[in-house]
Design a protein around this ligand. Structure first.
Ligand code: BMA
Length: 378
């Protein structure tokens, strides 16, 4: 072969191989908002995007820690008691980590939480973490909407230094989350949630849109660039909302967000109204997710479980026709010290348990046995 034909052959082979590999490579290598994300985090991000076409993962807050009538029993879960299977998504909460408590605001010890997170991950599940952090200005709870709190934590504010120490503690916690091969466990971090509500110090009328965006970007860039955390995906999430404009009011920008979601509780809504509300909000969310190339999720929900067919009659109905990555039922606290009985998913013997089994068996829902086969981290 002379030199010219050698060059031509090389050129030909290069073009063929680039065209052959490029689509596969491109599809598998889309990066999340953190361009330095770890391999497993990139895999999770891409796999979650694919999985929405197959179904919706079911998630539950504090699932492995306690349920109605029990606490810290090895391997137990209310979802498992009812279906024989664990959820696909595990929600955990960091509130009070910032004030050095050994357990969170709902009494879950942080060292147990680390073990539960590892167990869920090893089973192929997805981990999402919220943070009801105290008000850094007043030292009171997350529900203390004192004026000026958000500006106080931003650079130049009186609580910025304190606030950075709180973020340092989040970073320490996140850095303890490792799989058996020493890899970091990807976490979908969901700070400053229900951000259009007026009940938390960060949200609604308690911050201007600009202040909230600065808070978000300060947090994400501090964790990403100062603390070198590259195993986080970021979830931006509102409460109920009525329009695309309202949803995006405090949106910090595509480079800081991977998942978009909203929280919804049925409370006194009728079945028909609740279905219509969810349907409308999911449609808007999916349109935004499509446009911005983000992952849509129902980041918290709670329904009217006095209706024994709520799971298939209301919830599955509301989800039908939608492509949502996951739904997360809030915590099964059971009887709380104040006398309130709180739960959002059925427990053994509950009147919605048989209907929940039908919901579990639906082709649309994904629990742990299914999600394991998806190998979300590869
Ligand atoms: C609320 C309730 C509270 C809990 C808080 C933070 O919705 O479940 O009991 O302290 O979430 O997890």
């Amino acid at each position: 072969m002379n030199k010219t034909s050698g060059i031509l052959l090389f050129y030909f082979l290069s073009v063929v191989s680039i065209n052959f590999f490029l689509p596969v490579y491109a599809a598998a290598s889309e990066l999340p908002s953190d361009k330095k994300a770890t391999r497993e985090t990139i895999a999770l991000y891409n796999n979650l995007k694919k999985l929405v076409n197959k179904g919706t993962m079911f998630g539950h807050q504090d699932d492995l820690a306690y349920g109605v009538g029990w606490k810290y029993e090895d391997g137990r879960s209310d979802i498992r008691d009812v279906t024989g299977d664990y959820p696909a998504v595990y929600g955990w909460e960091l509130g009070h980590l910032e004030i050095d408590r050994p357990h969170n605001l709902d009494s879950v010890p942080f060292n147990r939480m680390q073990q539960f997170i590892k167990a869920g991950y090893e089973r192929g599940g997805v981990i999402t973490i919220s943070w009801h952090l105290n008000n850094p200005l007043t030292g009171k709870t997350a529900w203390d909407p004192a004026e000026g709190t958000v500006t106080s934590v931003l650079p130049g504010g009186s609580k910025n230094e304190l606030f950075k120490t709180w973020l340092d503690k989040v970073a320490v916690f996140m850095n303890t989350l490792k799989g058996i091969d020493g890899e970091f466990i990807p976490v979908i971090f969901r700070p400053y949630h229900e951000l259009n509500g007026n009940w938390f110090w960060w949200g609604g009328k308690n911050s201007t849109n600009d202040e909230f965006k600065r808070l978000w970007i300060f947090t994400a860039s501090y964790l990403r660039n100062e603390k070198n955390l590259h195993h986080l995906l970021y979830a931006y999430n509102t409460d109920r909302y009525s329009s695309r404009e309202e949803y995006l009011q405090k949106y910090p920008g595509d480079e800081w967000v991977d998942v978009i979601g909203f929280d919804i509780y049925q409370r006194n809504s009728t079945k028909e109204k609740f279905i219509a509300d969810i349907d409308k909000m999911l449609s808007t969310l999916e349109a935004i997710a499509h446009e911005k190339n983000k992952i849509p999720a129902l980041t918290e929900f709670g329904g009217n479980l006095s209706d024994s067919s709520w799971w298939t009659g209301t919830f599955l109905n509301a989800l039908s026709g939608h492509k949502i990555s996951w739904v997360l039922g809030w915590r099964n606290a059971g009887m709380k010290p104040g006398g309130q009985f709180e739960f959002y998913v059925p427990y053994k013997g509950h009147s919605t348990a048989p209907d929940f089994v039908k919901f579990y068996e639906s082709d649309k829902t994904i629990f742990q046995k299914d999600v394991k086969n998806e190998k979300l981290y590869q």
